[in-house]
Design a protein around this ligand. Structure first.
Ligand code: ADP
Ligand code: MG
Length: 587
């Protein structure tokens, strides 16, 4: 007796629907993508009760004639690809020909559509996959699709829907993604009869982000633009400055050929590109676009088309890391410029010039200098008198007012007040200095009085062998000493380690997990970032005036002056405007 049967068509599409239509937000995604593919200039999304009771998408795109409208509801019916060669180089958002039949099979569905030149349009009503009505319809040119009572005929799936609010938020996120991906299209989102979002067509991405997230965010973004000939990829968009981060990935957006995607390759690349400019556990803000030959990416990986496979993932990764790094470093010029304009107001600092309460004899501020000797500032200078401050002022464009709580350097610049965390600043300076040395000649190392041998687990041993050259550059003298055994005979001079073996185990543990698969250079950076912290100026180490001045000017020379190697900010600007607001001089 034969057991195998062909699934009835409707059942088959319900199975497919499980893959494409997970929740109301997936309906919105599929319908909006269809509208974009149809060349719409304006898309309106209307939802009720989190999209569970209604999703309606109206566009002014090319519309369909009656035959196409009927065909669009058949499985695997698409106008977007014809041959398997097309599948290998997809230029549209859709291509599977599954969305409309899948959605129509799990809802009460109504489609009205009209081509711009046609006299009348078509209306089709479907319930649970069965076509009930086909007739002339007289809507405006374009397409309107209504999806009511999603999963009304599949109670098992309906149970998996979340609270209406959660579903609404998913939909909103989906509309945000599409709006960022297509600034030239006007979008509106109406939620339970209230306008939740109204975005006019924007001239460019920046304008769209400003409309969506406000001017404050835009001010903290840097344009990224990097044609990489090697990887045949163009990278563009806007990314957050160093120090701008979020607790979730909600604003870490990446588009590949106009399609919002989630990609472990790109997530790792972003993390590596930001590296020390990102606090641990935080996520960057990116509106990043990658344009590459459609044949170099496979989007036919996931039914919901959220994932892609790159033909050359390593090349893509390297290009993204480089582009981000360059962009973040270029961002420092803005900061420097703010310090290059002379302070306009007559000094308020002089009368209140830092007085002896800041002066303490300790000297812990040691920065390995770039050129001269060991760079120790042992001059017994105290906080200067007024005239000395004036001299300092004339040679620098920033003006130090004093130190708060033995930790924050207060400064004045053209825009207002600047607070610098002296500890974070020192970490950043040390970090960049050591990184520079490591790249150039390797970190100076010091021989241990007694070389020590130790054993490692086979995996750790393998890791050390693979990274021996980098460890050497970082000033760690380590070599194999038999099976899984190693000898360590030197450590970086700037370290003060009592138990080298214990230290090595920690380094290996920390670096192994942090730098999985990243470059040797990044490994060294991690190592430095992890060790530097303990050796930077402690929060309440009192500094002398000249030391503070040198600290600040060294900081401004850094590649990424505004955050420490762990991504925490080094300086905070409080503008004149903000002060005026606080004092009620301005609303
Ligand atoms: P796909 O987008 O993968 O081709 P769909 O099931 O989403 O598959 O849509 C099937 C076809 O219906 C599309 O290829 C397109 O020709 C047509 N279509 C769908 N939505 C629209 C729309 N909003 N405007 C014009 N044509 C549309
Ligand atoms: Mg589609």
């Amino acid at each position: 007796m034969s057991r195998i049967r062909l699934l009835p068509e409707i059942l088959a599409s319900q199975v497919a629907a499980g893959e494409v239509v997970e929740r109301p937000a997936s309906v919105v995604k599929e319908l909006v993508e269809n509208s974009i593919d149809a060349g719409a200039r304006k898309i309106e999304v209307n939802i009720r009760r989190g999209g569970i009771s209604l999703v309606r998408v109206v566009d002014d795109g090319c519309g369909m004639d009656r035959d196409d409208a009927l065909l669009s509801l058949e499985r695997h019916a698409t106008s977007k690809i014809r041959t398997s060669a097309d599948l290998a180089a997809i230029a549209t958002l859709g291509f599977r020909g599954e969305a409309l039949p899948s959605i129509a099979s799990v809802s009460r569905f109504r489609l009205t559509t009209r081509e711009p030149t046609a006299v009348s349009g078509t209306e089709i009503i479907v319930a649970g996959g069965r076509i009930e009505t086909v007739r002339d319809g007289g809507e405006a040119p374009g397409t309107q699709i209504e999806v009511r009572s999603i999963f009304y005929n599949l109670p098992a799936r309906r149970k998996f829907l979340r609270a209406e609010n959660t579903e609404s938020r998913n939909i909103e996120h989906q509309v945000h993604l599409q709006a960022i991906g297509h600034p030239e299209i006007a979008f509106a989102l109406v939620r339970d009869d209230r306008i939740a979002l109204q975005l006019p067509a924007a001239a460019n991405l920046l304008e769209r982000i400003r409309d969506l997230h406000g001017p404050e965010l835009v001010e903290r973004l840097l344009p990224i633009e990097e044609p990489s000939a090697a990887a045949k990829i163009r990278i563009h968009g806007l990314i957050g400055q160093a120090g701008v981060s979020r607790q979730t990935r909600a604003q870490q957006l990446v588009f590949v050929n106009g399609r919002a995607i989630e990609s472990p390759v790109l997530t790792a690349a972003l993390r590596e590109g930001y590296h020390t400019a990102l606090m641990k556990g935080q996520f960057p803000v990116t509106f990043l676009f990658l344009d590459l030959d459609p044949a170099a990416v496979d989007v036919n990986v996931h039914p919901a088309k959220r994932e892609v496979r790159f033909r050359d993932p390593a090349g893509v990764r390297e290009a993204v890391v480089e582009a981000i790094r360059k962009t973040l470093e270029s961002g420092r010029r803005d900061w420097q410029q703010q310090f290059q304009k002379p302070v306009p107001i007559p000094s308020v600092a002089s009368p209140l010039a830092p007085q002896p309460q800041f002066v303490e004899p300790a000297l812990n501020y040691v920065i390995p200098s770039r050129a001269e000797g060991d760079g120790l500032h042992k001059s017994p200078d105290a906080w200067p008198t007024e005239s000395a401050i004036d001299v300092a002022k004339s040679s620098h464009q920033f003006q130090i007012i004093g130190i708060l709580n033995k930790l924050y350097v207060l400064m004045e610049n053209e825009n207002g007040l600047v607070l610098v965390d002296q500890h974070a600043a020192h970490e950043r300076i040390l970090f960049e200095e050591l990184r520079r040395r490591m790249e150039e000649q390797g970190v100076p190392s010091q021989r241990l009085l007694l070389a020590q041998t130790f054993e490692l687990a086979p995996r750790d041993a393998e890791w050390v062998e693979r990274n021996a050259a980098t460890l050497q550059k970082m000033g760690i003298g380590i070599e194999a000493f038999g099976q899984n055994a190693f000898k360590i005979d030197s450590l970086p001079t700037f370290l003060n380690v009592s138990d080298p073996v214990e230290f090595m185990r920690k380094v290996i543990d920390g670096l192994k997990s942090a730098s999985n698969g990243s470059s040797a250079l990044r490994l060294g950076e991690d190592m430095i970032a992890k060790t530097v912290c303990r050796h930077a100026v402690k929060a309440n180490d009192p500094l002398r005036y000249l030391e503070v001045e040198k600290l600040i000017s060294d900081l401004l020379q850094c590649d990424l002056p505004y955050c420490c190697p762990h991504g925490r900010p080094t300086m905070i600007q409080i503008s004149h405007g903000e002060l005026e607001k606080k004092f009620g001089r301005k609303v």
